[in-house]
Write a protein that binds this ligand. Sequence first.
Ligand code: URA
Length: 238
Amino acid sequence: MERLQKVIAHAGIASRRKAEELILNGRVKVNGELIRELGVKVSSKDRVEVDDVPIYQEEPVYFVFYKPRGVISAVSDDKGRKVVVDYFTDVPERIYPVGRLDYDTSGLLLLTNDGEFAQRLTHPKHEVDKVYVAKLKGVADQKNLYPLTKGMRIDGHRVAPARYEILSTDLKAQNSIVALTIHEGRNHQVKNMFQAVGLPVQKLKREKYGDLTLAGLRPGEFRQLNKKEVASLLSQSK
Ligand code: URA
């Protein structure tokens, strides 16, 4: 048995808080009966309706996906471009990406049908470290990367201090490979941070999300997370 608001949130209809509002506003029925108070528990056998539309109670599922470049982090695209869920045609659950990676960024993307999990991990307050590996135009060194470690202002927002590791530099080709660890997820954040220190990103890949890696996956492949991995991500997003 699960709390009603959690079941509604899991169905991807609303966050847990919004689901509570739906209940308190008299928009939710269980087995045909209007529910107006919080605390009611339901099982998968109960018929739950929001605004008289039955919700489909799916088991929560969680995937780690190696997103290739050239794919949109969405469930559909009005321009008909390839989207991440196109790789999951054999998965019956209605999953969606947790946050997003740019079209031209590859790497680790989580997908789930658990709205609460997705909200928790993408909420700016809940800080999960993510590691990106970037190929940069220009030669990175401690001096030009220093502002990244201090926090900086980008587009009027303050971004938190990040950690970096210079993996290689090529003086002849004038480029570098740098790993950057951040815990926020603003749009184009990594690209904007490197751009701000004069090292434009040529290629970007997310290699780690919390303690999860892409080990064993090739671009376009995914695997389901087990309970321990899900619990570990949640415990890191405190
Ligand atoms: N930062 C970026 O600039 N792009 C991404 O896809 C992810 C983080």
